[in-house]
Design a protein around this ligand. Sequence first.
Ligand code: CMC
Length: 434
Amino acid sequence: MPDIKAQNCTINLEGNSYEFPVIIGSEGEKAIDISKLRDTTGYVTLDVGYKNTGATKSNITFLDGELGVLRHRGYSIEDLAEKANFLEVAYLLLKGELPNKDQFDDFDSSIRHHTLVNEDLQNIFKSFPTGSHPMGQLIAMISSLSAYYPKALDPNRSVDAKNRTMLRLLAKMPTLCAMIYKKRLGHPVVYPSNNLDYVSNFLNMTFRHVSDSDYQHDPVVVDAMNKLLILHADHEQNCSASTVRLVGSSHANLYATIAAGVAALWGPLHGGANQEVLEMLESIKADGGNVQKWVDKAKDKNDSFRLMGFGHRVYKNFDPRAKIIKKTCDDVLNRLGINDPVLDIAKKLEESALTDPYFIERKLYPNVDFYSGIIYRAIGFPTEMFTVLFALGRMPGWIAQWQEMISENQPIGRPRQIYTGHTPRPFIPRGERH
Ligand code: CMC
């Protein structure tokens, strides 16, 4: 890997000049290292929403928003989505290299070993009201795993013990997601079948009825699911990964840390957008399919409505994941023989927005969430499960980001602020206040 080269940057403040190192990443990205800024100048920086702030160096994922490039450990997302399976990508994210056959078999069998969850976890489901959102349940279920593995609470555990926690999370995630789906339907859970690969096992636990011993999952669906999970596997310092790093930096246990990441993902501006997209497309359909009316609504500054599945903080050209998903969507629906009218609406909406000056000027393109829901629906998932599927895919990314931060012994995350409230004032007793 190329060396990070150092230069200097001079900052002039109140007649004094100060030198700060410039860091250049292996893909040429530049940053001014201001870690000593406050100590040397008394100033802090202000960057609400971290639009210009690099929170860490990282060698996991590279993305270039202008060119629409996404690579994990140097491998393009196009190659990974086309040629790898999800567990291989998980291994790559966690260990830095693609596994050879023995390494893969070993990793795969360790995951299979940990797929069961404690039977008592089922009691927790009983306390959720019928129809409660699957993401709320997922956050609770992941967090509650800490109760079954109390040794994981010790931040000074050995590397082996930490690895076991990471494996447990990866292995139990499909089981928990499938349980959430089954419990929502009021159906008995289907236990993991460890003769099946990761994705097939998940589909089996989700869609097989307990009594149906002949259930066969469609290879088209397994393939599409693998692709979708890979496309969601990591995305560097997004809102949920940054949450994972921030929570983990206090040395909170990994279960609680990941539960916090899932909570961040739930928001409609982040992973929750996939559910919102499908609901939006359904509303457009119910409204007679007048796409232009909804594009106009999204442009209206007096209307809080945004075109869901459009826009991205980093991608200002196109989202490479969205390109792959759009193609996969056509492919899967064709191969499954499904004709979903919302796909036509989505295409018209995309076309209309992409030729509209409002979206062109602001560089707003379809993102990963725009077409994914149409595939999930074709596979048979209800809309409320979509963000759970995003979380299933993002798990290796969150763990890899956490692992990198912990292994580098990074300090607790604790931003500064610029206080804009009252200056000191006298306390007036309650009876004397106006
Ligand atoms: N529809 C209409 N206008 C939009 C949209 C949209 N989807 N997205 C951004 N804009 C406008 C926004 O109003 C602003 O206009 P102006 O400059 O006139 O004030 C301009 O574009 C810049 O937007 P921003 O909110 O400052 O950009 P941001 O980087 O803070 O937000 C975003 C990025 C993804 C939150 C935003 O584009 C958005 O809300 N998109 C819809 C939700 C969505 O699809 N989220 C999924 C993101 S990708 C997957 C993931 O991260 O989970």
